[in-house]
Structures are given as C-alpha cells and as structure tokens.
Write a protein that binds this ligand. Sequence first.
Ligand SMILES: NC(=O)c1ccc[n+]([C@@H]2O[C@H](COP(=O)([O-])OP(=O)(O)OC[C@H]3O[C@@H](n4cnc5c(N)ncnc54)[C@H](OP(=O)(O)O)[C@@H]3O)[C@@H](O)[C@H]2O)c1
Length: 333
Amino acid sequence: MAEKKYEPASDRYSKSVGYRYCGKSGLQLPLLSLGLWHNFGDVDDALEAEKMIQYAFDQGMTHFDLANNYGTPFGSAEINFGKILKKYFSNHRDEMIISTKAGHEMWEGPYGDGGSRKYMIASLEQSLKRLQLEYVDIFYSHRFDPHTPIEETMGALSDMVKQGKALYVGISKYPIEKAYEAYQILRANGTPCFINQDRYHIFDRHIEQQVLPLAQKNGNGFIAFSPLAQGILSDKYLNGIPENSRAAHSYGFLQKNQITPELIGKVKELNMLAAKRGQTLAQMALAWCLRDEQVNSVIIGTSSVKQLQDNIVALKNLTFTDDELWRIGELGA
Ligand SMILES: NC(=O)c1ccc[n+]([C@@H]2O[C@H](COP(=O)([O-])OP(=O)(O)OC[C@H]3O[C@@H](n4cnc5c(N)ncnc54)[C@H](OP(=O)(O)O)[C@@H]3O)[C@@H](O)[C@H]2O)c1
C-alpha cells in the first residue's frame, strides 16, 4: 500500500502553541521555535528529522532556526531542511519564519569565519542555495568579531535586507556594549535590529541584567537558545549518561565532563520541584524561560517527536509562585 502523503494539519493555528510580537515589530513568533543545530545533520535520523519538522508545523511552530554551520557536517542541516521544505512545504513558505546565521567557522581559509562583508554575504548566498530559498526571514550575525569593524558586519546585514535576501536582521551573543553599537548602526542604516538571540536557562541568567533591558529600550525582540542547557535540564542525565544522548555522541557540543555530580545534585532538586508543579523538569525549564513576556520565543532542539510533544505541554503553565522562583534562583545561576 502506498504511504499516505503528509498534509499539514488543517487545525494548526486553532490548537497552536501561541505567539508573541517580536519587540516592537509587527511580526509574531511562536512561543516555542525549533532549532536545527543538532539532530538534523547527515549523521542524524533523517526520518525522525522530517517528522519533527512536520509535527512542529502542525502545532503552529512556525519558526525554524538554522545557521550555516548547523548539522554534522557543516551545512547539512540547511541542506536537509531545504529538501524537507521542497518536499512538503512549498505551498506554505509564507507561513514560515526561517532564520540562518553566519559568524562562526564555516569554510577553509581567511574568508570562511568572522564578520567580514566578504564572509557574511558569501555565506548567505551559500545558505540560500542549500535551503533552496530565495530569501530567509531573519539573517543573523552569529557572533561579534573583534577583528572586523562592527560597521562592516552591520553594513553587510543591512545590504542583505536591501537586496531582498533577508527580511529582518539580528545579532547573537554580542557583548552588551557591542549590541548597543550594533543597534545604533542598524537603525542608522534603515534596517533596525529585529531580534537578539542569546543563551538563557536556569543555570545561565546573564541576559537578565543588561541584554533584556537594552533590547526593550531599542524595541527589538529577544529569543532564547539552549533553554534546557542542551538537555541537562531534563530527567535525561539523572542516572548517568544514556546511550544516544547528546553528551554520549562524539560529535555534539555537550561534553560528558560537563555533567558533574554537583550539577546533577541540583538537577535532582529541580526535578522534584517540577514534579510538585505537575510538570516534567524539561517543561518547567521551558516555562521558566517564557515567564517573562519580553522573551518572545524559546528555541528548543529536540531529537524526537516525543520530546517535542512533551515540551509543548510546558505552555499549559507559565506562571510561578514567588517561592518557586526563589528556589529555582537558589539552585540555578
Ligand atoms: N545563536 C547561537 O549561538 C546558538 C547556540 C546554541 C543553540 N542555538 C539555537 O538554539 C537551538 C536549541 O539549542 P539546544 O539544542 O542546545 O537546546 P536545548 O533545548 O537546551 O537542548 C536540546 C536537547 O535537549 C534534549 N531534550 C529536548 N527535549 C527534551 C525532553 N523533553 N526530555 C529530555 N531531553 C530533551 C535533547 O537531547 P538529546 O539529543 O540528548 O535527546 C535535545 O537535543 C539550536 O538548535 C539552535 O537553533 C543558537
């Protein structure tokens, strides 16, 4: 019997994950976005990757976050996502927010890394080819490059918008004073910064003091990455390092030596707190990131549809008592 062809769910918005306006822009982002850093490369399960994109879209998760170097090998997440888009979503491009980035090492030689105009523009051209798209919705400078004048990097971002290759621009992991400069330059160029992307989870709250207030003042949005600390903020590592987990892989970015007994002691306490709230730890960790409406969206990176299903349930309870917040603060950063 022929396999039934996938059709996006017709009720994807009525039962959806919900949306928040990104900063002062008119564009809404889903509370949960799907990131393709891990789990979508050539070393990963292609069928599960396809199912995750389909499931996410069916839940109203309209935002897919990529970068030139995502996947093992570099670029493979964009290639694989591009194929999935073409196969199933060619009639749904206008319902999707697709982002990519350039800034980290991508190809050999002096022009495949950093923030030069040469690298940024060549990289976006390459990403568009891999994705089989004419434009991306958001193009980011993936990191601040101290060797390139910030005007050069921002100028390249602005020109990509003016050429129609990106609709919006963003920055990621910029030191606060450089974020401030980037915002000024992008505004002067006529292409205001749309979004700042940075790490945010219970064990890393560095954005709360300056990054979020500056984004609010500038009117740009904020999107959090690694909300589960790459999986540490789940029940996955409570009893050791399971096979097939990110920490067990030789290629991922989570190293076994990061899973220390001291850290797991705290994770166990957080796990008990989550259970008292009627949530899994992963659900509580996501809800905690989203408790502040200034966090427009949280980018999750899942390795299975089941994880996606579990994580979406987090949205049922985004409120915390003062006692819960205090305890999380004590155990976290
Ligand atoms: N701008 C930047 O520099 C930057 C940096 C990092 C990430 N990002 C973006 O943020 C995205 C998310 O980052 P991340 O992958 O580190 O996010 P994360 O959500 O903190 O970690 C994802 C990992 O957590 C585990 N997980 C997820 N849901 C789970 C559940 N319900 N139960 C148990 N384990 C669960 C899975 O690990 P297993 O694989 O072990 O199952 C999954 O691969 C990336 O894909 C990327 O788009 C951006």
